[in-house]
Design a protein around this ligand. Structure first.
Ligand SMILES: [Zn+2]
Ligand SMILES: [Zn+2]
Length: 370
């Protein structure tokens, strides 16, 4: 079938993108869903920093590619042997499909799936190949999702069914921002009630980590970002103290925090978060810095201060367990996702949304493909 979609032909275009327009609306052909795959009508797609990273070249993905990895929509067609979904189901996309049989999956953490990660790196579906063509030529999938499109073919293992009562504009954020941010706090750091916690970088993922800290009853909670409006938002979401990165967290808490979450995607921010982590504490990083960035920390401090530093991808989550729980939190008023949603706009405005994200003044923008 035909679908309007957002193509990235090459990365590294000059700013502003409203002038260079690296994101191009094209009409693609989608193959019918294969075995274990479904066709989804995409209703809302989030603009995440890792989408921007593909556009500006920070994150290498095989090009040309149809963008987008965070979205929500409705299942409209089933391929053969689909067992977990039916037509009409509302779904959230997950940007790492889990094969269910590799060593990592059978160890209990689908977010570590090595088969899904390899397919993502190749720009293919987890069952292999692409379902997207443009003028007869194959185009790559972005993390098995490619949701900047009116319609998308996804493996059922890239989807989580969600209840019908959550608006799809909000549900879109569950598959990346919320899963990554809340998962970093709850799964990776295993933050406990009464533990001090800091979040560096207050975008969609960082503020989701903050919401995870509130749910985990961490206290006090520090929020660190150079943008004043984001610090204000963090305070309204439950942070106790909001700091500019030029301020020293240890002036407020001399022993440092028990849990530090770095969500800015910069090595220097990770260093600051590590140095603000107290004795016996853990620094979790979810950011994706440029591949050539190196982290320089005191090697001695790891042992002498008994510290842990840990990477967290997809929140070390089990999406089919975690996302329904997050929807319950939202329904109970514990997860005000709507406060993370800065704006909604038509898909034709996608270059404008990338400029806004680059400018760092927005949290989460959502585009509508239809
Ligand atoms: Zn993302
Ligand atoms: Zn696997």
């Amino acid at each position: 079938m035909k679908s309007l979609a957002v193509l990235i032909r090459e990365s590294g275009a000059s700013l502003p993108y409203t002038t260079s327009r690296p994101l191009e609306i094209v009409e693609i052909d989608l193959a019918p869903p294969g075995k274990g795959e479904v066709l989804v009508k995409i209703e809302a797609a989030g603009i995440c920093h890792s989408d921007l990273s593909v556009v500006n070249g920070t994150r290498q993905r095989p090009l040309p590619i149809i963008g987008g990895h965070e979205s929500a929509g409705v299942v409209i067609e089933l391929g053969a042997d689909v067992t977990s979904l039916k037509i009409g189901d509302h779904v959230t996309t997950v940007f790492l499909p889990s094969c269910g049989t590799c060593h990592e999956c059978t160890s209990g953490i689908p977010a570590y799936c090595s088969v899904g990660a390899a397919a993502n790196a190749r720009g293919e579906m987890i069952n292999g190949g692409s379902r997207i063509t443009l003028n007869g030529k194959s185009v790559n999938h972005y993390n098995g999702v490619s949701c900047y499109s009116q319609y998308a073919v996804l493996d059922e293992r890239s989807l989580v069914k969600i209840p019908d009562d959550i608006p799809l504009d909000l549900a879109a954020l569950f598959g990346c921002a919320l899963l990554t941010g809340i998962g970093a706090v709850r799964n990776s750091a295993q933050a406990q009630p009464g533990q001090s916690l800091g979040v560096w970088g207050l975008g969609g993922v960082g503020l989701s980590a903050l919401l995870g800290a509130v749910i985990s009853k961490a206290s006090p909670i520090f929020a660190i970002d150079p943008v004043a409006s984001k610090r204000e938002l963090a305070l309204s979401l439950g942070a106790d103290v909001a700091l500019d990165p030029s301020e020293n967290l240890r002036d407020h808490l001399p022993g440092g925090v028990a849990v530090a979450v770095e969500a800015a995607g910069r090595a220097d921010t990770l260093k600051a978060a590590y140095e603000a982590t107290g004795r016996g504490g853990i620094t979790v990083t979810v950011g994706l810095p440029r591949a050539e960035e190196m982290l320089s920390i005191s090697a001695l401090s790891l042992v002498s201060e008994i510290k842990t530093i840990k990477g967290s991808y997809l929140g070390s989550a089990n999406p089919r367990i975690d996302i329904p729980e997050f929807v319950d939190f939202w329904r109970e008023g514990k997860l005000p996702v709507e406060k993370l949603l800065t704006s909604t706009s038509p898909m034709s405005q996608v270059n404008e949304t990338m400029d806004a994200l680059q400018g760092a003044q927005v949290v989460r923008q959502v585009i509508h493909p239809h």
